[in-house]
Design a binder for this molecule. Structure first.
Ligand code: ADP
Length: 244
């Protein structure tokens, strides 16, 4: 029986692009209950790790969600297996309302066609996601009119309605205000209670405040791993990344 709260275990992940090895034997695991960070300088291979796990790039090695190998599966299968992913730029349907965006992510139409059929109950998953991302007051607002931070939360909500077991987020707080960053960190902590949450991030203040465990990548390899205090004290990390 598949565990309903599985961990993500990445083992010796390797990704190359026409001979250039971007990810060179990276291993890490992430468990429900922690906000897991992947950090490292530009070009370290963080996004490529996530791309490979989610089926966007071809990777060798292994990435298992519970007992299920996801590496090598196409994006739609990885999604169906319960891994959701956000990109650096939020992709929401700008002309549609917050609710319509969540409905679409849930596979429901509330457009003109819905007049032909009795309006369905709002699925609990949509209502729950709306509350979780804190956009109840914006539910009928066009997504295009949301703030940058709110769009990112909507995108996270669109993943939540699919009830994923793992969320991989690529720089979720880039461009956010301080208050939006705080709200996002708290959101991620809530989401992580029941799910794997892996965050690629640069913002050191955000990482310090919200990271459980951190893996530092450098030139495609794991340089250091542990609590933020542990990796910041690691001389190898200070050499290549943190500097000060
Ligand atoms: P990070 O997310 O840590 O900034 P990336 O994973 O984006 O780093 O990139 C790691 C390395 O792989 C970089 O040198 C980048 O130029 C290279 N790379 C990423 N994607 C591709 C691609 N599609 N083709 C060729 N090289 C790529």
């Amino acid at each position: 029986v598949q565990n309903s709260r599985p961990s993500l275990v990445v083992d010796e992940l390797r990704v190359s692009f026409s001979g250039f090895v971007a990810v060179d034997g990276v291993s890490f695991d992430a468990h429900p209950g922690e906000v897991r960070f992947l950090i490292g300088p530009n070009g370290a291979g963080k996004t490529t790790c996530i791309d490979a796990i989610t089926g966007l790039s071809r990777g060798e090695g292994s990435a298992r969600l519970g007992d299920v190998e996801v590496l090598g599966k196409p994006v739609h299968r990885v999604t169906r297996l319960g891994i959701g992913r956000t990109f650096q730029t939020a992709s929401v349907f700008e002309e549609l309302s917050v609710m319509q965006n969540l409905d679409i992510a849930c596979g429901i139409s509330r457009g003109p066609l819905s007049l032909l059929a009795p309006r369905r109950e709002i699925p609990a998953a949509v209502e729950d996601a709306l509350v979780e991302i804190g956009l109840q007051d914006q539910r009928e607002q066009a997504a295009g009119s949301l703030s940058h931070g709110q769009k990112q939360w909507l995108e996270i909500g669109m993943l939540l309605v699919q009830q994923p077991k793992a969320l991989l987020l690529d720089e979720p707080v880039a461009g956010m205000s301080h208050d939006e960053r705080t709200a996002t960190g708290e959101l991620l902590q809530r989401i992580a209670r029941e799910r794997v949450v892996v965050v690629v991030e640069h913002d050191m203040d955000f990482i310090r405040r919200f990271a459980s465990r951190v893996t530092v990548l450098h030139q495609g390899k794991v340089l250091s791993e542990g609590s933020i205090e542990q990796v910041q004290a690691d001389p190898r990390v200070q050499d290549v990344y943190l500097g000060t």
